[in-house]
Design a protein around this ligand. Structure first.
Ligand code: NAP
Length: 397
């Protein structure tokens, strides 16, 4: 197995400076095949799909490429650069269920050990890596000088910005909206609830554990928010016109059922929450939690479009961007840890760090492509995010 897929270190490249490490795993078998094809190099024929499925569970976590991220050049940033590694935990895309928790935790621990060994100053945990670890930071190996962040605070920032931007694009009054959050008690879901509940009319919270839902509802109600909770989406008394899907589903299986016909739906799951068979012809669906690096992003070997499979350049998940933004800022601290501690203040703080370095909300898109076909407000939006100009579409956070 060791000879089949080379790691970055195995290619004889020297790792001189590792400011950050990004720990991730692939969402689909196609993505896994593409990663393995680059690692094997152009001289080797791509592995057949059935062979990939057979060997992936035997590939240990390893660094697969160098990553360099650059700030926008201005007086505040001085054109900062940070260097790091992408480490794939190689969790098979069809093994995210609870039955594989021990195996996957071992993989994330292995990936974390790679980050520590490489001397990364900060490591961001992407996708299920953070779900497995966020309640179990004590399960990480002896950390030496590496700090870990789930990256969930910046993710929440981009989800909230995306929802507000979509409301503006669709000319919807967010103050009159009923917001449904699926996976509401999770780290991402509860952070979104704290940021958006104060500005919508009513909040509907859904997850499987009713006790945790009631605790979150009580917290929001104490601030005067109208809240309903339900473990079954059909139990809510009203339809939602904005939906955030942030449940930790092992596969894209969510059927929303009863939401307003023209609901704005943000799918922030990794893997995506919404089932491909969900029929919502009038809904405005977009993928949430994504940011775009405008200063520059490079991979060696070149994994552009393979590690970040989006229809726009240099778009990366918020969870990974948080570590990169903190590295550019020289703030090597475990910004997001644990579950349920994300507040609006912390979101504003990390969004300000990202914005300073030219990392903004990514253009909105879904399975059918870009969704910003009505008005192109990206330039205005970016100016608004910089804090140097008043946001044209209303306050972001
Ligand atoms: N876009 C990005 O950059 C980004 C970044 C970070 C995370 N994410 C994704 O966001 C999602 C949430 O992450 P997280 O860190 O918040 O996870 P988390 O803290 O584990 O929370 C998961 C939430 O989903 C609920 N849930 C789990 N299974 C469910 C089911 N079958 N039906 C309904 N609710 C269910 C959980 O509550 P119960 O257990 O009570 O059901 C909980 O409320 C994941 O898909 C993750 O990969 C995306």
């Amino acid at each position: 197995m060791g000879g089949a897929v080379a790691s970055v270190a195995g290619r004889g490249q020297t790792i001189e400076q590792v400011d950050f490490a990004l720990v991730g795993h692939q969402e689909s078998w196609k993505a896994v095949a593409d990663v393995l094809a680059v690692l094997r190099g152009p001289k080797h024929a791509p592995l057949p799909d059935d062979e990939i499925k057979d060997i992936l569970p035997w590939i240990p976590p390893r660094a697969v490429c160098h990553v360099e991220v650059r700030s926008v050049v201005n007086a505040k940033t001085g054109g900062a650069k940070a260097r790091g590694l992408y480490i794939d935990s190689f969790i098979p895309p069809d093994r995210l269920e609870a039955a594989y928790v021990r195996e996957n935790l071992a993989r994330v621990r292995g990936a974390a050990a790679c980050a520590i060994k490489a001397g990364a100053k900060i490591a961001s945990l992407g996708g299920f890596s953070s779900i497995l670890i966020e309640g179990n930071f004590d399960q990480l190996p002896e950390r030496h000088n590496t700090v870990f962040t789930t990256g969930n605070t910046l993710t929440v920032g981009f989800i909230v910005q995306g929802v507000k931007k979509m409301c503006a694009l669709e000319d919807r009054n967010i103050g009159r909206a009923t917001l449904l959050i699926v996976g509401a008690t999770g780290d991402v879901g509860s952070g979104c609830a704290r940021c958006l509940a104060p500005i919508v009319k009513r909040v509907l919270l859904s997850a499987r554990n009713l006790e945790r839902l009631r605790r979150l509802a009580a917290e929001l109600e104490a601030d005067g928010v109208q809240v309903e909770v339900a473990t079954d989406l059909r139990q809510f008394s009203v339809e939602a016109d904005i939906v955030i899907c942030a449940a930790s589903l092992a596969s894209s299986s969510l059927l929303l059922g009863r939401v307003a016909p023209h609901a704005i739906v943000c799918d922030a799951g990794y893997p995506k929450n919404l089932s491909p068979s969900a029929e919502m012809p009038g809904a405005r669906i977009f993928y949430g939690g994504l940011g775009q690096i405008t200063g520059g992003l490079s991979f060696a070997p070149d994994f552009h479009g393979i590690l970040n499979r989006h229809p726009f350049p240099d778009v990366v998940h918020g969870c990974l961007l948080e570590g990169m933004a903190l590295a550019l800022e020289g703030r090597f601290e475990p910004f997001s840890q644990g579950r349920g501690f994300i507040t609006q203040e912390r979101v504003e703080e990390i969004v300000a760090v990202a914005t300073k370095h030219g990392i903004y909300l990514a253009p909105l898109y879904n399975a059918d492509g870009p969704v910003e076909d009505k008005i192109d407000c990206q330039t205005e939006w970016v100016e608004g995010m910089s804090g140097e100009a008043k946001a044209p579409l209303g306050a972001m956070l």
